[in-house]
Write a new protein. Structure first.
Length: 308
């Protein structure tokens, strides 16, 4: 079995969909089908059960996946190490993150990156909520994982790494706290606590002035730190939108996190200075994307999001 055919098999074992496998590997669905049929002829047994509605691994296919995956990863790691040495992936790479769940992903990616590029040191730091692009521009960071949008002429935004549904943070005694969900139209009924510092286009997306129907959204206090936002909400000064998973990271008895049923997701991406793009940066970007889509579930559990 050739290395490319192993890659096709393992990708299909993860996606369980011929079209998505072909798109991910930049080949045709026919190429995927041919490779799988070739492998099944070679081993003399079906590796996948196919129907018009689904694709599933057979018991033999499951065993082959479990035995091939570690060996394939070792091969990929060895190739990456050799390529990294050839491209000079060494020194220090400074990576920032804006939310706790982004930090978890960055730490996991850093561990994988160090295994492939042992000559490169990864330094990780949390970014200030109010200064979204300053650390990049001051060259204090090489790249960062943070919320979109990032419409800056000197900054490149990579592909979306993952997306998070939104929730509204309200005081525990707020009328919304007992609801199963809220609507964007409900923002018209409570002051919205906002952040000072980010660009206006970013604030307009995450802290709008009007509901979709055009009703004004009253403004509450503005601050620069997430813990201050939570304290203001607890004191009854207003409400704030955030990622739904913030409820797991910032759970407090005086607060409630109520999911939105109609709000857009919060999308997270890696950003870097366009002038600072390098093999080292791109190698880390690819590592984060690989970890975020890892079938073992090591990525954030959102859909592949403002708030700390």
């Amino acid at each position: 079995m050739e290395l490319r055919d192993i890659e096709i098999f393992l990708t299909l074992a993860e996606e369980l969909h011929f079209g998505r496998t072909a798109e991910r590997l930049h080949v045709s669905p026919a190429r995927v089908s041919q490779a799988i049929k070739k492998q099944e002829r070679s081993v003399g047994v079906e590796l996948f059960e196919r129907t018009s509605r689904q694709v599933a691994l057979t018991p033999v296919g499951q065993r082959l996946r479990d035995e091939l995956a570690p060996a394939y990863q070792q091969i990929q790691d060895a190739i990456a190490k050799a390529a990294g040495t050839g491209r000079g992936i060494s020194g220090v790479l400074r990576v920032g993150f804006s939310a706790a769940w982004c930090g978890n992903l960055v730490v996991k990616a850093a561990d994988a990156f160090r295994a492939r590029h042992p000559d490169c040191e990864i330094q990780i730091q949390e970014m200030p909520l109010h200064d979204r692009f300053g650390p990049l521009r001051r060259r204090e960071l090489d790249l960062q994982l943070t919320e979109l949008p990032a419409d800056e002429s000197d900054i490149t935004a990579g592909p979306t790494v993952f997306s998070e549904p939104r929730a509204l943070v309200v005081p525990a005694g707020h009328p919304f706290a007992e609801r199963e969900s809220v609507s964007l139209e409900d923002l018209a009924h409570s002051p919205l606590i906002t952040i000072t510092g980010p660009p206006q286009y970013w604030l307009d997306l995450h802290f709008p002035h009007h509901t979709p129907a055009g009703t004004p959204i009253p403004r509450g206090p503005s601050t620069i730190a997430w813990q201050e936002v939570l304290s203001l909400i607890s004191a009854g000064k207003g409400v704030c939108s955030t990622a739904a998973r913030a409820a797991h990271y910032y759970s407090r008895p005086d607060l409630a996190y109520v999911p939105f049923r109609d709000a857009p997701t919060i999308d997270y991406a890696l950003l870097w200075l366009t002038a600072g793009q390098s093999a080292k940066v791109q190698a880390f970007v690819q590592t984060v994307l690989a970890i975020a889509h890892d079938p073992g579930g090591r990525a954030p559990a959102g859909r592949t999001g403002t708030g700390k």
